[in-house]
Write a protein that binds this ligand. Structure first.
Ligand code: BEZ
Ligand code: FE
Length: 276
């Protein structure tokens, strides 16, 4: 393994994968190295550019802590998250579509009774959210676990407030015997994804905006059904066609309806895909 040149170095690296015991890891690394080397040759990568790339990834890692996940953001703005969601969530027509998970889900969200107010003090206009969880034949799915999370009227999630010691705008509920659920919260608004780190620098360098259209996040789990990770997006939002993370699907867009007595209502019915 001497005198490798810009062509032969690729095969030399691939040869060293021969002993990788895990076949999937071997397959993935083989493809990664092949594409990475082809990419470097394609763009005629300079040494300064390689250093800049390494510096960018270093800053991305350094921006991460228990509340900030810059690598998820990077994957999201590059469209890699949505590509992976799309490939792994092909479903029969009629099932609720999946979309990106995002970086603002946290473990240990509080459990609420059906009808409860999950805002828990979050700033915003009141909103009543109602819907059902059903199967493809319209049969109710009782006892499904619905986890909801959303930003407040300032466009921030609870975890983005450094000194907030409670959960706001997130909670876990269960569907009723007829598949229905309801909860109170605040109206979702459009917000910019965090742009004070290397991902923000990347967006600015490419003249892209950081905005996401207003949405509610849902993760719905039920026995014998595939877990659904999705959003409901607010109809009329100016960013529906330019979501910074490519997550919008037309079937997930719904109306937040202003009520004469004040506040808003949102109705949305979910359809789960059975396992297998
Ligand atoms: C979110 O919707 O919470 C989100 C998704 C991707 C990147 C940033 C935020
Ligand atoms: Fe979000």
């Amino acid at each position: 393994m001497r005198n490798l040149d810009e062509q032969t170095v690729t095969q030399a690296v691939l040869d060293l994968l021969a002993g990788t015991p895990d076949p999937r890891l071997k397959f993935i690394l083989t493809s990664l190295i092949t594409h990475l080397h082809d990419f470097a040759r394609d763009v005629k990568l300079t040494e300064a550019e390689l250093r800049a790339g390494i510096s960018f990834l270093t800053q991305t890692g350094q921006k991460c802590d228990d509340k900030r996940q810059e690598f998820i953001l990077l994957s999201d703005v590059l469209g890699l998250s949505m590509l992976t969601v799309a490939m792994n969530n092909r479903k029969p027509r009629g099932c609720t579509e999946s979309t990106v998970f995002g970086p603002f889900h946290v473990e240990g969200a509080p459990e609420y009774a059906n009808g409860a107010d999950i805002a828990n003090g979050a700033i915003g206009e009141p909103c009543l959210v109602r819907g059902t969880v059903k199967d493809l034949h319209g049969a109710p799915i009782a006892g499904a676990e619905l986890e909801v999370w959303q930003a407040d009227a300032t466009g921030n999630y609870d975890v983005q407030y450094p000194n907030l010691e409670t959960h706001q705008g997130r909670g876990v509920l269960r569907s009723q015997a007829d598949g229905s659920f309801e909860f109170r919260t605040v109206v979702a608004v459009a917000y910019p994804i965090p742009a004070d780190g290397p991902v923000g620098d990347l967006l600015r360098a490419t003249a892209r905006h950081p905005w996401r259209p207003a949405h509610l996040h849902f993760m719905i789990k039920a026995k014998n059904y595939q877990t659904l990770v999705t959003h409901v997006f607010r109809n009329g939002d100016q960013y529906l066609d330019s979501d910074a993370v490519f997550g919008v699907r037309q079937t997930l867009v719904a109306d937040w309806v202003k009520q004469p007595e004040g506040g808003y209502t949102l109705n949305y019915d979910f359809v789960l895909n059975p396992v297998g």
